[in-house]
Design a protein around this ligand. Structure first.
Ligand SMILES: Nc1ncnc2c1ncn2[C@@H]1O[C@H](COP(=O)(O)OP(=O)(O)OP(=O)(O)O)[C@@H](O)[C@H]1O
Ligand SMILES: [Mg+2]
Length: 459
């Protein structure tokens, strides 16, 4: 903001002698006095004598030429503070036209009209130029001191206007910065609030889930063990039935023998013998799934958690998880890996594997009939490592994105999704003091980004 004062003046007049006069008034030779001044200060010490500041005068002999000088000055960001413009210039533009053109290029330029005689009345001129506050009139023949004072005053006025405008834009900038900072604060607050809501929701659901899981665990336990017992009892019964059937032919009373045969055919005993084991097997599978869900619920509610924190390599975790889910991916997508070397991170490794598994399986399930691509990339960013799982599957609608981390939210058919994958993953990532983000475009694909601190406690 501390620029030197602008002392540049443009003089537009078709009479060469006027230029000489102005030069003498505004740029008096000071060199000859300098020696005297030096001697004076050597003899009497420094005397604070106010010095009139010199001007830098540029000459043009017609309106067009003046406009040329002004245009160049503006392009070089070296504007004039003021211009003296002769009113009557018989060749080319007259003063009024010249001033109009000058102001098109630089509306801040202060102007003094010099004239002895004009084709306009002053009122007409002021009306035409509509700029009473940037225009002064200097009548010829002019007084030297008048010219000097005008030049001083208008140059100072130009400087003050420039300072005021710089100050204003500086203030505007400050306001803008402050507004941005406030907006950031508001956004951050909103973000924290939503995280708080999410984790409170998870905590209360966690308790509920823990209770439900506990309640379900007992009946599931005895159903599952009863099914195994039933299975073995039934195979014993099968042996018994086979033995009876073999004896059927030995029954001598035809009536009883026929009764038995009819009963056997009516009951479709052969079919029952085949079907009962299938039913038992399916029930066992079903109960196995329930057991898995209960296990997930327990994980989700962080009960039964006997894991220890350790430093582990994320690449190994991802690779072993990919091996486990290979059969799920085989017909759905190719996996592309963009690994960069990662430091070992302090984590609950098997839980992180679960996060990777959920993300990769979701990505595979998002694929349509066509084979897709799942890209897994990772890297280091400051004190954190990040992991991204990107798919080119169906994408997620904007109104759905808000819900995907909610427990039990699923868009998948019954039996395919329980809606726990992402809420579990969210919980695990939060437990690691990390973050999980999603960006998705419907029909294009989805990226999940997980950010995890390398260390759980500052080193
Ligand atoms: N990569 C993805 N592409 C498209 N939609 C996704 C993706 N990942 C998650 N979703 C959406 O988010 C929902 C919730 O995902 P989440 O993993 O929590 O549950 P789920 O996959 O439906 O069931 P689960 O993981 O328990 O088997 C999904 O049903 C699906 O609508
Ligand atoms: Mg899932």
């Amino acid at each position: 903001m501390n620029q030197p004062p602008n002392r540049r003046i443009l003089l537009i007049d078709d009479t060469p002698s006027i230029h000489e006069d102005f030069r003498k008034i505004l740029m008096p030779a000071v060199a000859s006095n300098q020696a005297l001044d030096d001697m004076e200060s050597a003899l009497f010490g420094d005397t604070a004598k106010p010095q009139a500041q010199l001007f830098e005068l540029h000459s043009a002999y017609g309106g067009e030429e003046g406009l040329g000088l002004l245009t160049t000055a503006m392009a070089q960001k070296h504007p004039y503070a003021l211009a003296f413009v002769d009113m009557r210039m018989p060749q080319g533009w007259d003063g009024a036209k010249t001033i109009e053109e000058l102001w098109k290029i630089d509306p801040d330029l202060q102007v003094v009209v010099c004239t002895a005689y004009s084709d306009y009345s002053w009122e007409d001129l002021l009306f035409r130029l509509r700029a009473h506050d940037r225009l002064l009139i200097l009548k010829k023949p002019f007084d030297n001191i008048e010219v000097q004072q005008m030049a001083n005053t208008l140059a100072n006025k130009w400087d003050m206007a420039r300072r005021a405008s710089l100050q204003t834009s500086y203030l505007e900038q400050l306001v803008e910065q402050r507004t941005q900072a406030l907006q950031l604060e508001i956004d951050e607050r909103k973000h924290l609030e939503s995280q708080l809501v999410q984790s409170e929701k998870l905590a209360s659901l966690g308790q509920l889930a823990a209770g439900v899981a506990h309640e379900i665990n007992n009946p599931v336990g005895f159903i599952s063990s009863n099914l195994s017992t039933l299975d073995s009892y039934f195979s014993q019964l099968q042996q018994m039935l086979a033995a009876y059937q073999r004896c059927e032919e030995l029954i001598t009373l035809p009536e009883q023998r026929d009764q038995l045969r009819t009963l056997r055919t009516d009951l479709e005993l052969d079919f029952l013998k085949e079907d009962i084991p299938i039913l038992i097997r399916e029930s066992k599978e079903g109960i196995g799934r329930v057991t898995q869900i209960v296990k997930d619920l327990k994980n989700f509610s962080r009960v039964d958690n006997d894991q220890t924190w350790q430093f582990a390599n994320l690449h190994q975790g991802i690779d072993s998880t990919l091996n486990i889910v290979a059969s799920e991916l085989k017909y759905k997508a190719d996996v592309v890996k963009h690994y960069t070397p990662l430091p070992d991170i302090e984590c609950l490794a098997s839980q992180l594997n679960q996060v990777v598994m959920n993300l990769v399986i979701n990505a595979a399930q998002a694929m349509g009939p066509e084979r897709g691509t799942i890209t897994i990339s990772n890297g280091v960013e400051g004190e954190n490592v990040w992991l991204e799982v990107t798919d080119n599957g169906c994408g997620i609608a904007p109104e759905t994105v808000k819900k995907i981390f909610d427990p039990f939210f699923t868009t998948k058919p019954v039996g395919e999704g329980t809606g726990l994958g992402l809420s579990l993953s969210y919980g695990i990532v939060k437990k690691h003091q990390g973050d999980i983000f999603v960006s998705s475009e419907l029909g294009k694909g989805t990226t999940f980004r997980v950010v995890l601190p390398i260390r759980q406690t500052a080193a």
